[in-house]
Design a protein around this ligand. Structure first.
Ligand SMILES: *Cc1c(COP(=O)(O)O)cnc(C)c1O
Length: 376
């Protein structure tokens, strides 16, 4: 917490607005919309809920297909299943680790040839790095397929001077506890289409018709954000830019200390983009380094340092056994390689230099002890 949150929570208590909806919710929506530069935003209970609402608004239903980045957290795709639709997973490309335009083009061409285009494409901005939006959007525009930008991890990032999350028909942010700013749990659906966001608010409050009695004509959800949590969000948003700077500084220190080692490669930042570096991620080439990412991870865990592999691609998840996926090209599945080689390092905005040096020393030790063993 930054300290400012208390002020907004106190206001909620003082005015007795302890409800989903209220002045903090209205203000938080306006402040996010203004920060990223969209017309409207709807505060909801989670990023997952925001994706679900976006799919509902695009009328995704049973029998439909939705394309989705494969290298992402499960929450990107679960709402496709909630709607009874079928996901098709699209591989990453090496320059952003995000959706491969090449693989998307192949998938769209195949879908067009079968006369069954997807109802939506969900593009994820992994670890704060924007996908190749120009290329991906022009493909989706060509086939007139709407885009949902999953910017749950990339709030505060920019692609060619435009805020991440503002490129598709809908953008999604998350304020889950692990994200760059948090409301403990929460999310935001944004769009330039004010009517669509109005409808999202309606669906998120049980789709209650305008009538004094309780009347409902369509299926709704209970997805609104509480006025207290929106107060937390308002305080957090005030320090978002500082958080991004802190995360980028953390990335830079890891990079300065480790990038000269042959066999270590950091997640790139595409030219013209500005990542929030939500998590610092790097690749371990076992053949070059002599140590696998699993050994490095194990050594970190033994020192009580929390580090993780990169997301396991969704096409490799048991839940999605047998689901169609498109590789970057015939020779290589990029997301599988990133999964096998990738590590996410501790990247909290409040990490001290000393704490970070412990992580760096542990990684260097793992590499050196392996080299020593070989000499002996
Ligand atoms: C965190 C996250 C979500 C879901 O957000 P919640 O608020 O946890 O529901 C969706 N997509 C990605 C890529 C995420 O990292």
């Amino acid at each position: 917490m930054s300290g400012n949150e208390q002020k907004y929570i106190r206001e909620a208590f003082a005015s007795n607005w302890i409800a989903p909806l209220g002045p903090n919710v209205d203000a938080f929506e306006k402040e996010i919309a203004q920060y990223v530069g969209v017309n409207e935003a709807a505060a909801v209970s989670s990023g997952t809920a925001a994706i679900h609402l976006a799919l509902s608004l695009l009328d995704v239903k049973k029998g439909d297909q939705v394309f989705c980045s494969t290298l992402t957290f499960i929450a990107s795709a679960n709402p496709i299943v909630y709607q009874g639709a079928e996901p098709v997973f699209i591989d990453s490309e090496p320059e952003t680790w995000n959706m491969s335009p090449q693989a998307l083009e192949k998938a769209l061409n195949d879908a067009a040839a079968e006369g069954k285009l997807p109802k939506a494409v969900i593009i994820v901005n992994l670890y704060g790095q924007s996908a190749k939006m120009d290329e991906l959007l022009s493909l989706c525009e060509h086939y007139q397929v709407p885009v949902i930008e999953d910017a749950a991890e990339s709030l505060g990032a920019r692609y060619k001077e435009k805020a991440s999350g503002t490129f598709g028909k809908f953008g999604v942010f998350s304020f889950n506890g692990n994200k760059i700013i948090t409301t403990s749990g929460g999310g935001m659906l944004v769009s330039h289409d004010a009517e669509a966001i109005k409808k999202a608010r309606f669906l998120a409050t049980q789709a209650r018709d305008e009538a004094v009695h309780y009347q409902h004509s369509v299926k709704g959800y209970n997805y609104r954000m509480s006025n207290i949590l929106a107060g937390v969000g308002r305080g957090q948003l005030e320090v978002l830019d500082e958080r991004v700077e802190a995360r980028r500084a953390i990335f830079q220190r890891y990079y300065d200390c480790l990038s000269t080692i042959t066999g270590i490669q950091f997640m790139p930042e595409l030219e013209g983009t500005y990542s929030n570096r939500w998590l610092t991620a790097m690749l371990i080439d076992e053949a070059q380094l002599g140590v696998s990412k699993d050994v490095i991870l194990k050594d970190l865990v033994e020192k009580n340092i929390e580090a993780r592999p990169v997301w396991k691609p969704l096409h490799m998840q048991p839940l999605f056994d047998g689901v169609t996926h498109y590789s970057h090209n015939d020779q290589e599945n990029v997301s599988e390689r990133l999964f096998h080689q990738g590590i996410c390092l501790p990247s909290g905005s409040n990490m001290t230099e000393e704490e970070q040096m412990r992580v760096i020393e542990s990684i260097k030790n793992s590499i050196e002890s392996k080299t020593l063993n070989e000499v002996i």
